[in-house]
Write a protein that binds this ligand. Structure first.
Ligand code: FAD
Length: 411
């Protein structure tokens, strides 16, 4: 069995391990360390013991025939019967991976009364949809989903399983991975099939975004990953694409599991125009110079029908809200147009803008890293450019000024 083992012959009861344990899982009894059920195998005590009296015993997982696993699955998360955008993004990436693997792309659609959404998953690339409808799937209580995933994985053996890194996706994916004793890479930004080994290369920022780590899962299945919304590209809708909709049964419910969770109230956040789903983002960085100049950024966003984005330092110094922060520790955005003013293009910032279709960057430094990803480069003072753009847009007829001018001329 997997667990912490105290080697009685080596333990001298010094208690150093007890002091190290953050979970209060160790105590000294009869001059020997003993472990209780609070231990979660973090391993801190191993290093603290100078007598090498503690080890973690791992039970080797039984060898499984990995060749039995085929196909790529994506979880098509829905809320209130509407499929989330990230599901279509996963289908876009899934199509590419399935083509490389020469396998089927399957979408999992779970909910209550959601069948009418299945066809759209096929139009966006799914070769089949596993559809499960049940009243217990009406709300996002993770416990009601885990057995269903577990049962389907055991029965149908997918090779790869992808989730959107939404609140719900992040909550259920680790539990499913733990059940299946497989790995899970969270918040991937790149997914590729290794051309030689056929494994899923799961790449994500690591060590504070200073490097990109590629993680593989060679010995367990399915290979599981979550992907942040806004990173992958949605492929065009093809209504001629055909696929199969397969109804699957909800597993026999263990009453004790559902009875322990009671949903008291569900509050759906009001939809606000956020940077995550904006088509146009006017983004400012430290080069903007002052809080007063943020008014120019807001005005330009207003005139262009966009929203304001910022780099992290502007949030840190209180010139903008966290909800506007773009980047690794902010939001990942995929607007049609992104204009950056005085943003250098640090790696942590670039991690959030890979999905932007067109990037125009304004910076006084011709060597600024942001220019390496920009489609249009403007080497200039960003405040001057802002004022110039605002003046030009305000002068357009629909913004009143020219109309007033014309009226004046007519009278
Ligand atoms: P700077 O790097 O200081 O760049 C200012 C730019 O403005 C310069 O290129 C300069 O040439 C230009 N400039 C100056 N004056 C003018 C002018 N008058 N006109 C035009 N250009 C001008 N950052 C994020 O943005 N998002 C994140 O999510 C994020 N997460 C992070 C997570 C971690 C763990 C760490 C360690 C850092 C993170 N950062 C993040 C911070 C990141 O490393 C950078 O420090 C930050 O992105 C820099 O912001 P900036 O480009 O506004 O400022």
């Amino acid at each position: 069995m997997t667990g912490l083992k105290i080697h009685q012959d080596k333990c001298v009861g010094c208690g150093l391990c007890v002091k190290t344990c953050a979970a209060d899982a160790l105590a000294i009894q009869n001059k020997k360390a003993v472990v209780n059920e609070a231990c979660f195998l973090c391993g801190m005590c191993l290093d603290s013991c100078p007598f090498k009296a503690i080890s973690i015993e791992k039970q080797a997982a039984p060898k499984e025939d990995l060749s039995a696993y085929h196909g790529i699955w994506i979880y098509a998360e829905q809320q209130q019967g509407k499929i989330l955008q990230v599901a279509y993004e996963l289908l876009g990436k899934g199509q590419e991976l399935a083509k490389q693997k020469g396998c089927k792309l399957t979408a999992l659609l779970f909910g209550n009364d959601v069948a009418n959404e299945a066809q759209s998953l096929i139009a966006y690339g799914a070769d089949e949809v596993l559809l499960c409808e049940h009243p217990l799937l009406d709300t996002q209580i993770g416990e009601n989903y885990i057995d269903l995933f577990d049962q389907l994985i055991q029965e149908r053996k997918p090779e790869i399983l992808l989730f959107g890194a939404t609140g719900f996706g992040r909550s259920i994916a680790p539990r499913i991975a733990a059940r299946r004793q497989t790995g899970l890479t969270a918040d991937c930004t790149i997914l590729e099939i290794d051309p030689v080994k056929g494994l899923l290369n799961q790449t994500r920022p690591a060590f504070g975004g200073n490097l990109m780590a590629t993680i593989i899962c060679p010995n367990h299945r399915p290979q599981m990953a979550t992907v942040r919304p806004g990173i992958m590209q949605v492929q065009p809708c093809d209504v001629t694409h055909t696929g199969e909709i397969i109804r699957v049964d909800y597993p026999d419910q263990d009453a004790s599991k559902t009875a322990s969770i009671e949903l008291l109230e569900q509050v759906i956040a009001a939809h606000v125009n956020t940077i995550v789903d904006a088509d146009i983002i006017i983004s400012a960085g430290k080069g903007i110079g002052s809080q007063k100049n943020m008014e120019l950024v807001k005005r330009l966003a207003e005139l262009m029908g966009g929203v304001v984005g910022v780099s992290r330092p502007l949030v840190d110094i209180g010139w903008s809200e966290y909800q506007n922060q773009v980047g690794q520790t902010g939001s990942t955005v995929s607007p049609k147009l992104l204009i950056t003013f005085g943003i250098s293009g640090a790696i942590q910032h670039l991690a959030g803008i890979g999905g932007a279709k067109t990037i125009i960057a304004v910076n006084t430094d011709p060597e600024a890293p942001i220019f390496s990803v920009a489609h249009y480069k403007v080497v200039a003072d960003c405040v001057e450019i802002l004022k110039h753009m605002i003046a030009n847009l305000e002068a357009l007829p629909e913004n009143g000024l020219l109309i007033e001018e014309s009226k004046d001329k007519l009278s």
